[in-house]
Design a protein around this ligand. Structure first.
Ligand code: NDP
Ligand code: GDR
Length: 368
């Protein structure tokens, strides 16, 4: 992978999805390791680089180390051009329409971006004659296990996708394996279980909860509507999971690895932990019971189940077995769920308190 004639040459990485949660943490990690990092970002009518703003470099500086390119996984010629320009040592394919519920609304687009998009990148590597040089990481997912066939889930557990998102990612998983076997590419799948952080997208359940807890604490909102409270997830911290991605790319041989904590919790218990951080009790409600919301005098918040957030097919129980990653990569999760919830609530409190003067709400930051 190193240029033998120039062993000091920094490694070059291309990250698709650089503006997302994982893209931001991975960009940070690789820059800290001395890489030159190229990121793919989509054209958007609104600002979409908030998570990587702190890494931004004026393009006029000499030898920039963090460079963004416009691109899209649905555009093959664009991907070929960017890969040709960048000549990456490592590609991390993190870009995706990553919301499971949204994939039921946009199944064709999700298949195109998440499934065929992966093929487009692999083909770009092949067409450009880079199969011997460029290593490839595919962002595979515990959603592949879907209707769970065994607990805990490991690299050998059969897949049973339960959404258009998971079906698209199933194609991406197997086409990555196929290019490894057919063309000898260093192509690996990271089968990552849910990982969260203060940078998590606002419509995923953990961040939706921590933002609502914050807003309720500050008196800006009176209740939280959620879907299936009984779903169980194995939640880890995104910062630690991107390190696992990098470790996969440093192995002599490509392979597929589960990254998980090995602990599972329900959505309900995530809600309970998050409200506990700000000392607010919860009143659970079913569908449309009563109009009374958060009662500041009693310190109770209403959490109401709204069937609109139910999915046509649900993934009930995810619990990963990360033994292979422990043994072969030396990777382990460090942050437990309690610590993760604390960090997310604390950061949301900071963000929200900045935009809402405390004078107006009469609430201070609590120590979480
Ligand atoms: P995010 O949704 O935060 O980020 C997705 C990124 O992909 C964003 O940068 C987004 O751009 C970009 N993107 C979306 N569609 C396209 C497209 N058509 N072309 C180019 N870029 C596109 O996801 P995460 O960071 O949480 O996840 C990263 C990857 O890992 C995803 O592939 C996800 O499916 C997978 N994964 C995530 C897990 C998790 O728990 N977080 C677990 C397992 C797998 P924009 O910012 O403009 O929207
Ligand atoms: P998931 O994450 O589908 O596991 O996919 P999400 O946080 O969206 O849902 C987790 C579980 O919570 C239940 N749920 C709700 N979910 C959302 N978003 N909103 C709600 O109001 C709500 N109420 C209950 C869901 O039904 C589900 O069971 C994430 C994404 O990051 C994927 O890209 C990734 O592949 C997987 O994690 C691993």
């Amino acid at each position: 992978m190193y240029d033998e004639r120039n062993p000091e040459r920094p490694k070059v990485a291309l990250i698709t999805g650089a503006t997302g949660q994982d893209g931001a943490y991975l960009s940070e990690l690789l820059l800290a390791k001395g890489y030159i990092v190229h990121g793919l970002k989509r054209r958007s009518s609104s600002f979409n680089t908030g998570r990587i703003e702190h890494l931004y470099e004026d393009p006029h500086v000499e030898n920039p180390r963090f460079i963004l390119h416009y691109g899209d996984l649905t555009d093959a010629t664009n991907l070929i051009r960017v890969v040709q320009e960048v000549q990456p040592d490592e590609i991390y394919n993190l870009a995706a329409q990553s919301h499971v519920q949204v994939s039921f609304e946009t199944p064709e687009y999700t298949a195109n971006a998440d499934g065929i998009g992966t093929l487009r990148l692999l083909e770009a590597i092949r067409i450009l004659g880079l199969t011997g040089k460029t290593r490839f990481y595919q962002a595979s997912t515990s959603e592949l296990y879907g209707k769970v066939q065994a607990v805990p889930q490991s690299e050998t557990t059969p897949f049973y996708p339960r959404s258009p998102y998971a079906a698209a990612k199933l194609y991406a998983y197997w086409i990555t394996v196929n290019y490894r076997e057919a063309y000898g590419m260093h192509a690996s799948n990271g089968i990552l279980f849910n990982h969260e952080s203060p940078l998590r997208g606002e419509t995923f359940v953990t961040r939706k909860i921590t933002r609502a807890v914050t807003a309720i604490h500050l008196g800006l909102q009176d209740r939280l509507y959620l879907g299936n409270l009984d779903a169980q997830r194995d939640w880890g911290h995104a910062r630690e999971y991107v390190r696992g991605m990098w470790l996969m790319m440093q192995q002599d041989e490509p392979d597929d690895y589960v990254l998980a904590t090995g602990h599972t919790y329900s959505v309900r218990s995530f809600v309970e932990k998050a409200f506990r951080k700000v000392g607010i009790d919860i009143e659970w409600r079913g569908e449309g019971v009563d109009e009374k919301g958060y009662d500041a005098s009693s310190g109770r918040a209403v959490v109401e189940v709204d069937p609109r957030y139910f999915r046509p097919t649900e993934v009930d129980l995810l619990l990963g077995d990360p033994t292979k990653a422990h043994e072969k990569l030396g990777w382990r999760h460090e942050t437990g769920l309690d610590e993760l919830v604390t960090e997310m609530v604390r950061e949301d409190l900071k963000i929200m308190a900045r935009s809402v003067p405390q004078r107006a709400t009469g609430k201070g930051l609590v120590h979480v």
